[in-house]
Write a protein that binds this ligand. Structure first.
Ligand code: PGA
Length: 260
């Protein structure tokens, strides 16, 4: 390996699986993976909030080293925010990683870089690791604005963070046109943007931060394309949507090193 960043493969279940289905899925995934897989790759699953306690119970009972994740969080720690879930509630359930600023949150629920920044800070304050999502639309890419869009999101979402904090967090580059469409960025395009993001981090936070931050690619990652995408020097894992709902497919993605 060219660097010592351990890849992180994360399954974002989105609004799928009730808690019974979640239990079945995590049991099958745990069965499919072996200790050697966890030695090579960090794995997280991000079920809906209503499933987290059920999944936690399965993982704890069998001592399964899959990290528990969430898909979203509110930035306040408690209070009159009807319908929201706080960072400390997630931390109490052994949640390790929290996705913030997923493009669906940004596009469908109006989350700005300022909100994403506040959520990432709140996640860190509760002792968890944010997975900060960035990515451009097809229109922006076609207009030659992909890099400027992503640069703005990185600067805004990570504003005020120290170099040590940036070194330990996760950024997910997810071109919006590749999410759920079956259209994957080519390994070259994905590498180009992930390398660009690492360069931005280096410019603003220094080489240790750039060398430490893990950058995932997301957007129609499947068992067939994962090995080549994960083989790129600046891609340190994947944020997987659709293919993470099937435990066999997701396990094959986690096991990408065997197919490289
Ligand atoms: P997809 O979703 O793998 O279904 O394209 C990725 C994501 O939204 O994180």
């Amino acid at each position: 390996m060219a660097n010592d960043r351990k890849p992180l493969i994360s399954g974002n279940w989105k609004m799928n699986h009730n808690h019974f289905e979640a239990i079945q899925t995590i049991q099958k995934l745990a069965y499919a993976l072996e200790s050697g897989d966890y030695a090579a790759v960090d794995v997280s699953v991000h079920p809906p909030f209503t499933d987290i306690r059920s999944v936690q119970t399965v993982l704890q009972a069998d001592d399964v080293p899959i990290a528990l994740g969430a898909q979203n969080v509110h930035q306040a720690d408690s209070g009159a925010y009807t319908g929201e879930v706080s960072p400390s509630m997630l931390a109490k359930l052994d949640v390790t990683y929290v996705i913030v600023g997923h493009s669906e949150r940004r596009e469908l629920f109006g989350e700005t870089d300022e909100v994403v920044n506040a959520k990432a800070k709140a996640v860190l304050a509760a002792g968890m690791t944010p997975i900060v999502c960035v990515g451009e639309t097809l229109e922006e890419r076609n207009a030659g604005q992909a890099e400027s869009k992503v640069a703005g999101q990185v600067a805004g979402s990570l504003a005020g963070f120290s170099a040590d904090v940036v070194a330990a967090l996760v950024v997910a580059y997810e071109p919006i046109w590749a999410i759920g469409t079956g259209e994957t960025a080519t390994p070259e395009d994905a590498q180009q943007m992930c390398g660009y993001i690492r360069g931005l981090v280096g410019d603003q936070w220094g080489s240790a931060a750039a060398g430490g931050v893990r950058i995932q690619y997301g957007g129609s990652v499947k068992p067939g394309n994962a090995p080549e995408l994960m083989g790129q020097p600046d891609i340190d894992g994947a944020l997987v949507g659709g293919a993470s709902l099937d435990p066999d497919d997701f396990a094959r993605i986690v096991r990408f090193p065997l197919y490289q």
